[in-house]
Design a protein around this ligand. Structure first.
Ligand SMILES: NC(=O)c1ccc[n+]([C@@H]2O[C@H](COP(=O)([O-])OP(=O)(O)OC[C@H]3O[C@@H](n4cnc5c(N)ncnc54)[C@H](OP(=O)(O)O)[C@@H]3O)[C@@H](O)[C@H]2O)c1
Length: 264
């Protein structure tokens, strides 16, 4: 008798799970969405592009090196993703304009922008040239400004859109020999806050994801610690966080996520 009751309860719970599934998919699905991921050829951006494609979005990856973009686009397309690659320098206004027009020509709209492209530089201020300073600021700060400005008219018109900024804990606490990088990431924090207040009235979300040190290498041979002392964040962890925040219903805004390694 107890066995029959257990089987009945089990069957009821699987039926409930099956019935709940379509609703969960409706909330979670990003199918039909169009996303641009800057710096999508490698590292964190590649994993974000892959996850968005797995969720059903059409994805445009942008970066300066076409050969790298092509390899990543082919990998994601081979897994069934809808993806194109557009050679872009995010610090260059004309290049960003071209990226947007290629996106609109190919997919007709833009729903999600992930400002991920970034350059790191470790150098003392006294050794830093103006060119080096400008490279870091141009990619990490001017880039997100140019990209956000480019996509906003489309998003404002349809009263819908999500802009994600990949910042860094260096945007909260600066270390020596990281002045340009820290300035760019502190800048992104301020830019994102101002942007959010300008656009949330149009139902546009601005989400800042702030990871600490990430192992974004792609090497199969890397030593991967699954947890415990010394385990660093991985690019997959950042990608998962980004996608989870985007997948919330449009009424819900994750304003900022600080993502830390648990026990570095
Ligand atoms: N790795 C970390 O520990 C860590 C921690 C916190 C935050 N972050 C942030 O996460 C983001 C990604 O970092 P990552 O470690 O994945 O970097 P990564 O492996 O060095 O990849 C950087 C990506 O950005 C592209 N890129 C660089 N400059 C560009 C430009 N001017 N225009 C267009 N694309 C450009 C690169 O392609 P091309 O070189 O071909 O252009 C590449 O696709 C960055 O914003 C970084 O600041 C990283």
């Amino acid at each position: 008798m107890k066995g029959i009751l257990n089987r009945m309860l089990k069957a009821k719970s699987s039926k409930q799970k099956a019935e709940a599934k379509p609703e969960m998919q409706a909330i979670g699905s990003l199918s039909g969405k169009v996303a641009i991921v800057t710096g999508g050829s490698r590292g964190i951006g590649k994993y974000i592009a892959r996850r968005l494609a797995q969720e059903g979005s059409s994805v445009v990856i942008a970066g300066r090196t076409m050969a790298d973009l092509r390899i990543t686009a082919e990998e994601i397309a081979a897994d069934g993703g809808r993806i194109i690659a557009v050679q872009t320098d995010v610090s260059n206004e004309k290049s960003v304009h071209r990226l947007l027009s290629k996106t609109l020509t190919e997919f007709g709209t833009i729903d999600i922008l992930v400002n991920n492209a970034g350059q790191y530089m470790e150098k003392a201020i006294t050794d830093m040239s103006v060119g080096e300073w400008n490279n870091v600021i141009g990619t990490n700060l001017t880039g997100p400004f140019l990209l956000s400005r480019a996509v906003l008219p489309e998003m404002i018109e349809k009263l819908d859109g999500t802009i994600v900024m990949i910042s860094s804990t260096s945007g909260k606490r600066a270390k020596p020999n990281s002045a340009a990088y820290a300035a760019s990431k502190f800048g992104i924090e301020g830019f994102s806050e101002a942007l959010l207040h300008e656009v949330r009235g149009y139902n546009i979300r601005v989400i800042v994801v702030t990871p600490s040190s990430v192992d974004s290498s792609d090497r199969e041979s890397r030593q991967i610690l699954k947890g415990g002392k010394g385990a660093r964040l991985r690019a997959e962890d950042v990608a998962e966080t980004v996608v989870a925040a985007i997948k919330l219903p449009p009424r819900a805004l994750v304003r900022e996520v600080e993502l830390w390694a648990t026990n570095p």
